[in-house]
Design a protein around this ligand. Structure first.
Ligand SMILES: *Cc1c(COP(=O)(O)O)cnc(C)c1O
Length: 532
């Protein structure tokens, strides 16, 4: 047992400890520190942005995962301890600068014009600054009163984008979610609840005469398959709609499938069409598909995660003609609206469907004393409870530059893809796999000696050359496999990518592939290389 003086001593120590805890926290929350750090960051971001258009700046700063992990751990192990903590602002800023610079140096340079890889944009830089407001002040939402401005911003954007799509004002609604995958899941959940609500309530006990189905473009995004899994529909109950030679849904084949399902008395939860599908960027014929869905009273879900923003462009709007006839539409702002990830929209043509996904959560659960506010409690519509206010970037960008910027970004990147396609036709031994409808282009390099090799070896050389290219930091492109044949795939996601960059890419591919020529077939071992 402690004697009385010891007790006092211990308590004083505890008090002192708490006092030092408080002073450490105050130092971390000090507005002066924030001010100094923001200025440092602004300076670093500017230097970084200027460096990206220089000819030698690497796109991807390739390091092996083990090396990156080792260095990331080191920074944590070297972090200040209770003894070494130093709350001097100058020292803090020095370390802040080092850490921020490490992030910039180690990251992927999507803003580099030689980044032409996945469908992730060189986002509008100022959009990121608007987004930083969300992060620095931790704006979230679920109920209106937690995020009043975030809610207003979302609803205003839903109104404006929905009108661009062509939905009838006053009749449609939507929600914002963390990505197109969640938007697909939510849209298909609403469709499932509309036709088979018992799957959601009874689960495996639901008494269904025949398994319901989803009729899905054969090229639909994998998040649709995952949704079928999550929603208890079953991935085996996905019936793939055959595509034409340009990988678009064949309406006639769709009608045959619908009739077949009807004759087997299988409920069709939804038809899933793409605008566009990811493999080659093919846009399904939405008007014809919508005609069929109206005729047979089937829910039409259109995944326009990538191509939705064509509705801003006079030149390319025709690609999504009929989009407004879909019951649900997925539309990513963090792709072709060039907003930092993630900011995705799901629209419902009929606003009555806004509670169909989560109808078990009656709006009155939120605040029975103010039921009229429930329509502004957007958490009732989404999977997320706490949801980041992820529309500030889009709202700020639209309000600052006007919607013309979204048309411009679509027009310029689509045109660059067309230029690339023309280069492919012009350069010997390059082969375009398709005529591009948007900013996605898939192609091969097949000189005679390579075409004469077995397919496996042709494919492996394509994979290897792509790896060499991305690891060198020269360009970032991706690969794809279509009907068993490997190919290179680019998506022009940077409006500053020029024809000269694209020529340089083709020259680089040519040089790298030709280096394999003399070593064939000995060096091509197909068994160790993985495909992603
Ligand atoms: C990107 C994409 C998705 C997935 O969206 P995320 O925002 O990455 O979750 C789904 N469908 C299509 C057609 C896409 O292009």
């Amino acid at each position: 047992m402690l004697s009385a003086p010891d007790k006092v001593a211990t308590r004083m120590t505890e008090d002192q400890e708490l006092n030092s805890a408080r002073s450490r926290i105050e130092a971390a929350f000090d507005p002066e520190l924030l001010s100094a750090a923001s200025q440092t960051l602004a300076e670093l971001l500017t230097t970084h942005a200027r460096s990206l258009t220089e000819p030698d700046t690497p796109v991807l700063n390739w390091q092996s995962p083990a090396e990156n992990l080792k260095q990331a751990l080191e920074q944590l192990l070297q972090a200040p301890t209770e003894e070494s903590v130093d709350s001097d602002i100058t020292n803090r800023i020095q370390n802040f600068r080092l850490l921020a610079k490490t992030m910039l140096d180690r990251g992927h340079n999507l803003q580099n014009p030689r980044y032409i890889g996945h469908q992730v944009p060189a986002s509008v830089p100022l959009a990121g600054l608007f987004d930083a407001i969300t992060a620095v002040t931790n704006q979230v939402m679920a109920v209106y009163e937690m995020g009043p401005w975030a809610t207003a911003v979302e609803l205003a954007l839903i109104e404006m984008i929905g009108t661009e799509i062509g939905f009838t004002p006053g009749e449609f609604t939507g929600l914002v979610t963390h990505g197109g995958s969640l938007a697909n899941l939510t849209g298909l959940l609403a469709a499932r609840n509309q036709s088979c609500p018992e799957i959601g309530t009874l689960g495996p006990q639901a008494q269904l005469d025949a398994a319901p189905v989803l009729l899905v473009s054969a090229d639909a995004h994998y998040s649709v398959t995952r949704s079928a899994n999550i929603l208890g529909i079953g991935t085996e109950q996905i019936l793939k709609i055959p595509l034409d030679e340009q990988r678009r849904i064949q309406p006639q084949a769709l009608e045959e499938l619908i009739l077949q399902c009807r004759s087997e008395q299988r409920t069709i939860i939804a038809v899933v069409a793409c605008a566009c599908a990811t493999p080659i960027g093919a846009f399904d014929p939405l008007e014809q598909i919508a005609d069929l869905c109206e005729k047979y009273k089937v829910w039409l879900h259109v995944d326009a995660a990538h191509g939705g923003p064509t509705c801003f462009s006079e030149r390319h709007r025709h690609l999504t003609r009929g989009l407004h006839r879909a019951d649900s539409v997925v539309f990513d702002a963090h792709k072709m609206m060039f907003i930092p990830a993630l900011s995705a929209f799901l629209f419902f043509k009929n606003k009555a469907h806004r509670f169909t996904a989560f109808q078990q959560q009656a709006p009155y659960l939120f605040d029975p004393s103010a039921p009229e506010i429930a329509d502004y409690d957007l958490g009732l519509r989404t999977i997320e409870c706490t949801k980041r206010a992820n529309s500030y970037a889009l709202w700020g960008t639209w309000a600052l530059f006007g919607k013309q910027i979204f048309a411009d970004l679509v027009d310029v990147t689509f045109e660059t893809a067309r230029t690339f396609h023309n280069l492919l036709k012009e350069m010997p031994d390059f082969e375009a796999v398709h005529d591009p409808q948007c900013n996605i282009v898939v192609f091969r390099y097949l000189p005679d000696w390579l075409a004469a090799l077995p397919l496996e070896q042709q494919n492996m050389i394509h994979f290897r050359v792509r790896r060499q290219i991305i690891e060198s930091g020269e360009f970032y492109i991706v690969h794809s496999v279509l009907d068993g044949q490997a190919a290179f795939r680019i998506t022009v996601m940077n409006p500053l990518t020029k024809e000269s960059h694209l020529r340089q890419l083709l020259n680089s591919i040519q040089t790298k592939v030709e280096k394999f020529k003399d070593t064939i077939p000995a060096s091509v071992q197909t068994d160790h290389c993985e495909q992603t």
